[in-house]
Design a protein around this ligand. Structure first.
Ligand code: FAD
Ligand code: DLZ
Ligand code: SF4
Length: 510
């Protein structure tokens, strides 16, 4: 008697954990794991080549891990002649080849793919790599006027017991954010994240990506990401050992000559499934109890993971597929060429983009207060801004990128995530970085030749959005400062900002 076929188990490029929900529910003896490098996923935006290379290299290594673990794996390479070019296409092809009694997948991190899989009759299991399920987040959000991260974070602290002393937070306070804002250090005592030499599998992928995606923004040179779990665990150890103690102090700092400072650079591994959120947090908590790292660093790090990361995911799934097209401030300007490496005299922007091109990485404050701040101040089309962030960073998947961009950075969701827009003049950048020292503009100049564009555009933004923001408690002081300026001064600022915006509209560099 011929036994009935098993099921197909889909594992996507950002689901590279042995304990993914679909794998846990599968039968290793009968089911077949399907993994596929496909054109649709590689081109839904023009990803940074390092992101594609990381994804394919990590997928190929993970397929080997699965085989060693006793799984049967049907793996499609991008250049396989029979490759249909899409995930549903590959599932259909494998169904023809092997037969199947059903297809099982863990829910993808993007509405686009969720809908495509539902259309292909794939059974989806909730992704349980996260601390808060959809139901738990929705229950927390239900009936609240404002969905502030801080309160959600406290619930996650209680739930996990991380940094808890019974019912109270260790140290007496929930949040040490106020101690995480030291300006850039004079000298850096940290060599940055672990760098891994590409092995034969990764080198083959690098050649493929170079050949297939020659025009994408970003360079493949000097590829150093870890591409498997042992490498990612080593990167975690190095972070805890070397960077965590000063992570808190310098979390918001930026330096012209240092791309990573004390940041973990672990989001790429975490989002792909090579690391789990709780193991990062527990490693950090151990470092606190061992006296290796102070509370402001450990609490700050844990808050980013069980607070911000879980919270933005909750918002993405709660708000639904139209979230990425929100545009509360009615912004529509094209992103300037500077975002793709075009000429700019703004040192901070030029450095953030240059490092993005080189590393497919920038840390949070570079994303929020340089590229994000400038895009918001000029009134850039949020959909384009969202497209840019999704393309250029190796850790970018829509569930985490979109709420950070559309919500936190561009205020395009009308204030679901941010209680006020993250805008600043040049003074903030000057305080937190050393960029201004080598800039053609002068951060201390508010108007006139050489005035820092952030200074002009900041007031222009506040002025043009006065109706919306002037009654916001957290913005009253800003409007009071603006209103105290003489009418002449205000006119000059608005005129010079207008000239700058006109230059951008004519495609000229600023
Ligand atoms: P660290 O500073 O070392 O922080 C530790 C960890 O905390 C990170 O690895 C990350 O997993 C988590 N974390 C920190 N802040 C956030 C946050 N705001 N949201 C979610 N997780 C957070 N993060 C992504 O993972 N993918 C993205 O596509 C992404 N897009 C962003 C777009 C914009 C406009 C902004 C402002 C932020 C974005 N972030 C994104 C959040 C944050 O910038 C990155 O998580 C962080 O820079 C990753 O670097 P790191 O691992 O060195 O982080
Ligand atoms: C990012 C990415 C890329 C570049 N390529 C693939 C791929 O070829 N096959 C695959 O399974 N996944 C890929 N991914 C990750 C997916 O885009 C990701 O799973 C969805 O965006 C959902 O988060
Ligand atoms: Fe950026 Fe203005 Fe400083 Fe130049 S002067 S680096 S544009 S903040």
């Amino acid at each position: 008697m011929v036994s009935p076929p098993g099921r197909l188990i889909l594992v996507l490029g950002d689901q590279l954990s042995l304990d993914m929900a679909a794998l846990k529910a599968a039968d290793r003896a009968r089911d077949i794991v399907v993994m596929a490098e496909v054109a649709d996923e590689a081109t839904y935006v023009a990803h940074h080549p390092k992101k594609i290379a990381f994804c394919f290299a990590a997928m190929r290594h993970f397929a080997e891990t699965l085989k060693d673990d006793g799984w049967q794996v049907a793996y499609t390479r991008l250049d396989d002649p029979d490759n249909t070019g899409s995930i549903p296409g590959e599932l259909a092809r494998r169904t023809k080849e092997h037969g199947t009694s059903g297809i099982l997948a863990t829910e993808p991190g993007e509405w686009r793919l969720i809908e495509a899989l539902k259309d292909a009759d794939v059974e989806l299991l909730e992704d349980d790599r996260f601390l808060a399920s959809h139901a738990e987040f929705d229950a927390w959000a239900e009936g609240r006027k404002a969905l502030r991260m801080e309160y959600f974070y406290r619930q996650m602290r209680r739930k996990t017991g991380l940094l808890m002393d019974g019912d109270d937070p260790v140290g007496g306070a929930w949040n040490y954010d106020g101690e995480n804002r030291k300006p850039a250090p004079d000298d850096i005592t940290c060599d940055g994240p672990l760098r891994v030499d590409p092995d034969a599998i990764t080198r083959e992928v690098l050649e493929l990506v170079a050949q297939r995606f020659p025009d994408n923004f970003g360079t493949l040179d000097d590829f150093w990401f870890a591409i498997d779990r042992p490498g990612a665990l080593e990167a975690l150890d190095r972070f805890i050992d070397q960077s965590l103690p000063l992570f808190g102090d310098y979390q918001d700092a930026m330096l012209d000559d240092d791309r990573f400072l004390y940041h973990s650079v672990l989001s790429i591994y975490l989002n792909a499934g090579l690391l789990q959120p709780m193991e990062l947090c527990q490693a950090a908590e151990r470092a606190y109890h061992d006296g290796h790292a102070p509370l402001n660093a450990v609490e700050g790090f844990i808050r980013q993971i069980i607070g911000w990361r879980e919270y933005v995911r909750g918002i993405y799934f709660r708000e639904g597929p139209d979230y990425t097209s929100r545009n509360a401030l009615d912004h529509g300007r094209d992103l300037p060429a500077a975002y793709w490496g075009g000429q700019t005299g703004m040192r901070c922007l030029q450095k953030a983009v240059e490092q993005t091109r080189a590393e497919a990485y920038a840390h949070h404050i570079q994303r929020l207060m340089i590229t994000g701040n400038f895009a918001l101040l000029i009134g850039a089309d949020p959909a384009q801004v969202h497209g840019w962030y999704l393309e250029v960073y190796a850790d970018a998947y829509e569930w985490v990128e979109a709420p950070n961009t559309i919500g936190m950075s561009q205020f395009a969701d009308g204030g679901i995530i941010a209680s006020k827009p993250y805008v600043s003049s040049g003074a903030y950048i000057s305080r937190m970085s050393d960029h201004c020292k080598s800039c053609g503009y002068k951060v201390t100049k508010k108007t006139g030749k050489g005035a820092c564009p952030f200074n002009l555009l900041y007031w222009h933004f506040l002025d043009r959005h006065r109706d919306r923001f002037s009654s916001n408690n957290r913005m009253r002081n800003m409007y009071a400062t603006w209103d105290r300026m003489s009418e002449d001064k205000r006119k000059t600022v608005l005129h010079e900002a207008r000239v700058l915006l006109d230059r951008l509209d004519e495609g000229q560099p600023v």
